[in-house]
Design a protein around this ligand. Structure first.
Ligand SMILES: Cc1cc2nc3c(=O)[nH]c(=O)nc-3n(C[C@H](O)[C@H](O)[C@H](O)COP(=O)(O)OP(=O)(O)OC[C@H]3O[C@@H](n4cnc5c(N)ncnc54)[C@H](O)[C@@H]3O)c2cc1C
Length: 419
């Protein structure tokens, strides 16, 4: 029902036709047909194919022509993201009564994969924003949901997820940012590191310590930009993900109403991890989009580039490489979609499958993009060619939302725990 409503909204807003001929190297994805074996629409329902087409068209028309400029000039493309939100992409798995699209985790993965072909960095930020909106929708009081979710779903306001601290990264449960209860407020002190969107966003979903050591002492509160005592560090200079700012978020006697807490006291770490299960599928889906685009770019390049008197695509070595890339892409996609289904169905294997999908897809897709760059030769190293940006943008997917070593820990713990 919700999906049908979202679909009719997409239909009302109109589908974007794929315009050709703009941008020599950055707008070539989808120009030729793709083989059914790597076609990301294979096996989807008609409705999912419709969402996917809207997302691919948006990526091709509204994102791909600008992705180099956003990267080069470090532009956070607020207006483009608001346009994406008009298509329902600001709160894809948020409930419709507070402005969300009410779609499934699999639908969400399909959409992020498609959007990511147009700009992986921007799509990855949209995915973090979606995760925050879902956390408020799922764990917030009705007052909080009604206050924040509509503006987040329309992307009038933007959100950030604040877990990591300078001294606690992989060991996130050791976080130190304190929240002391004073009357009807928590007073926050401490700092968060590496916060995506930090400084430019309006709503901060913050994990902080209201109790003793360990995960059970952690709560989750929403802090609004402009709250006295909230400030930001310098904008970090990064290898990729340049279309979104990353800053430290600092709390100095920052008073936040107790009513801004998500869930109960001590539930914060659990809420943070529940958000990340979906976040891991989303970030893996962004890697799929980058790898999908890179496979097509590599295919197109070797189909026209001549060396030793013939096109490179006649080399069996390169043919085999392309075949391996396609195989690893499809294997990654199957695992990501399987994990999305497990999460949607709240299955007992969901947490491990989300971790496996993130580990496998982000590692494989980085390797695919890197191989695609190699197949471009020296041209792949030039910023005129999109493939280098996909490589730079997805490198960080192996590090954040839990490093891929942490993913191995989660999977191993599951395997070694007696049921
Ligand atoms: C661009 C960017 C954006 C980010 N956005 C956000 C955000 O929006 N919100 C947020 O909260 N965080 C964000 N992060 C932080 C990110 O989640 C952390 O960087 C990540 O969790 C790793 O923490 P760390 O950097 O402290 O590395 P560390 O924890 O210090 O780890 C260093 C290395 O050691 C490995 N390691 C650690 N412990 C073990 C072990 N026991 N066994 C084996 N290997 C181990 C790690 O896997 C890693 O390879 C972002 C990071 C980046 C770079």
């Amino acid at each position: 029902m919700a999906a049908a409503a979202a679909l009719s909204r997409l239909a009302r807003l109109g589908s974007y036709g794929i315009r050709r001929g703009r941008g020599l190297m950055f707008n070539r994805i989808q120009r030729r047909g793709i083989a059914a074996c790597v076609d990301p629409s294979t096996g989807l329902t008609d409705e999912q194919k419709e969402f996917q087409k809207v997302a691919f068209d948006f990526a091709a028309n509204e994102m791909a022509p600008h992705m180099a400029e956003w990267d080069q000039n470090e532009i956070f493309p607020v207006e483009t993201m608001r346009k994406a939100a008009q298509l329902g992409f600001g709160g894809i798995y948020v409930r419709p009564e507070v402005g969300g699209s009410g779609l499934s985790r699999l639908d969400t993965s399909i959409i992020f994969e498609a959007l990511s072909t147009g700009c992986t960095s921007t799509t990855a930020y949209i995915s973090i924003h979606n995760m925050c909106a879902w956390m408020i929708d799922t764990f917030g009081s009705n007052e909080l949901r009604e206050k924040f979710c509509p503006d987040l779903c329309s992307m009038e306001k933007f959100a950030s997820y604040c877990l990591t601290e300078p001294g606690s990264g992989s060991d996130a449960a050791s976080l130190l940012t304190s929240a002391k209860l004073q009357g009807d407020h928590y007073v926050l002190n401490g700092s968060k590191a590496f916060i995506s969107g930090g400084g430019d966003t309006d709503v901060y979903v913050v994990m902080c310590r209201t109790g003793g050591k360990g995960p059970k002492g952690i709560s989750c509160v929403v802090v609004e930009k402009g709250t006295p005592g909230l400030s930001f560090g310098k904008k970090e200079k990064k290898v990729g993900w340049n279309s979104q700012p990353t800053r430290a978020v600092i709390f100095e006697d920052c008073a936040v109403p107790v009513t801004n807490r998500l869930g109960s006291e001590g539930q914060g770490f659990n809420i943070a991890m529940k958000g990340l299960n979906g976040g891991r599928i989303n970030i893996a889906s962004c890697s799929l989009g980058a790898a999908h685009a890179s496979v097509l770019l590599a295919r197109d390049h070797i189909s026209v580039r001549k060396q030793f008197g013939e096109t490179l695509s006649n080399s069996q070595f390169l043919q085999f490489k392309l075949a391996e890339m396609a195989t690893r892409l499809v294997a990654s996609r199957l695992l990501v979609r399987q994990a999305a289904l497990a999460l949607q169905e709240d299955r007992p294997d969901a947490v491990s499958l989300c971790s496996m999908a993130k580990l496998f897809a982000t590692d494989e897709c980085f390797s695919i993009c890197n191989q695609a760059l190699q197949m471009h030769g020296g041209y792949g190293y030039l910023k005129d060619y999109a493939v280098q940006q996909f490589v730079r943008d997805i490198r960080v997917h192996q590090i954040l939302e839990g490093t891929n070593e942490v993913m191995r820990m989660i999977i191993a713990r599951d395997l070694l725990t007696e049921s």
